[in-house]
Design a protein around this ligand. Structure first.
Ligand code: ADP
Ligand code: MG
Length: 430
């Protein structure tokens, strides 16, 4: 029985609806404007569904003297449910115009769709707030109820003959098609949301990883300090014990300070803006900052900095190179030479940092950038991780060449930008 009713024309109508729903989803996915401005999103939905409705009308399921039978009400209901009364009104006008142009004006059609429009527009705000399963149920029920209501209206005012095919194609089948279309729509929108969320998370990753590592790392020394202060509070300790506890507490506080320095020398709570960075100028600033430390260890610093611009966050950029340069200096406890070079290769900016310090084993090179990997007694193992994350965030790559007791060369390649950075000098603290 069903096989008899589900013919080529029905499948064609179904095809128009599904194709336009997919088309909407793909276009929406690729259009930033549609994602940012709800109006554009709705307009896109409107165009797609209007096309579906017109195609359904143009190639209907069947035509009898009074009525053209097709699934046009389904895109119309979808549009009104998802887009609200405004979009519904536009689709209503398109529907009426198309109907008039294709088959002539029919007052009954006008009344039928006006009723559908009014009721659907009224429930649309509720619909959009519902969870997925309720949306499916509601679209099923609404399509069915509307069909029944308008059929009674049609019988009342025009003595409309209700035939078997009419019951199947207008009352029984459409609720399921609408529900299926809502299901497809929800699945596609959900996938879209999940992707957007993922992209946002990737962007936030560095910020949240830093935050997570800090709170984790700082809690330990603070817990120790708290414990010793509580012990001191009892006040019944021998003098040397007191002094020992105070020394430990101070050491732990120093450790917390070091951790903060590895991460947040410059960072304001959430510096997220990306901007053009004058590589040479910013590296020069970092070099100035490390100069006292280099002198202390009798390290000679040479730099050759070509002009180049990359896109990133200035504070992160400084933090990144401060961490890397500090590691180089720490690798040369008995003095040495630190070389920093910037080469502008048109499409990329290549920054090399080389030292002739203690170097790294293959295993150490492999673990470079791994959180908490440190070979130093008081190391945090966070500096390189932060630096690597920042390089990756800027779309860059890095490479290490190292030989034990010979030294290490770090090559960082960042995509070059043509945008000019602001000329006004920024302070190290941004
Ligand atoms: P930390 O400096 O606190 O140890 P980092 O994450 O900055 O932590 O560095 C991780 C490890 O990588 C260091 O402990 C060191 O073993 C190694 N390393 C980093 N840079 C160099 C370098 N220039 N020369 C030798 N070893 C290095
Ligand atoms: Mg370090």
């Amino acid at each position: 029985m069903a096989g008899f009713y589900i013919n080529q024309h029905v499948l064609n109508n179904l095809f128009y609806i599904l194709v336009t729903v997919f088309a909407f989803s793909f276009l929406y996915d690729h259009s930033r404007a549609a994602q940012r401005r709800p109006f554009y999103g709705r307009a896109l939905l409107g165009v797609c569904l209007a096309l579906a409705a017109v195609l359904c009308m143009k190639f209907p399921i069947y035509i009898d003297p009074i009525c053209v039978h097709d699934f046009r009400q389904i895109p119309f209901l979808l549009g009104t449910l998802y887009g609200g009364g405004g979009l519904g009104a536009v689709l209503f006008v398109v529907l009426m115009l198309a109907r008039t142009i294709l088959y002539g004006f029919q007052p009954l059609t006008f009344i039928v769709y006006a009723i559908m429009f009014a009721i659907t527009a009224a429930v649309s705000p509720l619909f959009r707030k519902l969870p997925r399963t309720s949306k499916l149920m509601m679209s099923l029920g609404l399509t069915f109820l509307l069909a029944v209501v308008v059929t009674f209206v049609a019988i009342l005012i025009a003595d409309f003959p209700v035939t078997k095919p009419y019951i199947v194609y207008f009352i029984l089948l459409p609720p399921f098609v609408t529900m299926f279309a809502v299901y497809v729509m929800e699945t596609l929108l959900e996938a879209q949301c999940a992707r957007a969320e993922l992209i946002k998370m990737e962007k936030m990753e560095i910020v949240s990883q830093i935050a997570a590592s800090i709170s984790h790392e700082i809690r330990n020394p603070l817990t120790v300090v708290k414990g010793f202060i509580q012990l001191l509070q009892t006040g019944r300790l021998p003098r040397e014990t007191e002094e020992r506890y105070i020394r430990i507490a101070l050491e732990e506080l120093e450790r917390a300070e070091t951790i903060i320095r590895d991460y947040l020398t410059f960072a304001k709570p959430a510096p997220k803006e990306m901007e053009p960075i004058d590589v040479a100028a910013q590296l020069q600033k970092v070099l100035q900052m490390i100069t006292p430390m280099a002198r202390m260890h009798s390290i000679d610093v040479f730099s050759s900095l070509e002009h180049g611009v990359v896109i990133g966050n200035v504070q992160y950029f400084q933090q990144c190179f401060l961490n890397l340069l500090k590691n180089s200096i720490e690798a040369m406890p008995n003095g040495g030479t630190l070389r920093v070079a910037v080469q502008n290769r048109e499409t990329s900016i290549v920054i090399t940092i080389s030292d002739n310090g203690i170097g790294m084993t293959k295993e150490q090179v492999r673990r470079f950038g791994e959180p908490y990997f440190s070979t130093k007694e008081k190391g945090t193992g966070l500096g390189a991780m932060v630096a690597v994350k920042i390089i990756e965030q800027m779309g860059g790559t890095w490479e290490i060449e190292s030989a034990v007791q010979k030294g290490t060369t770090l090559t960082i390649t960042l995509p070059a930008s043509r945008v000019q950075p602001p000329t006004a000098g920024r302070s190290a603290a941004g």
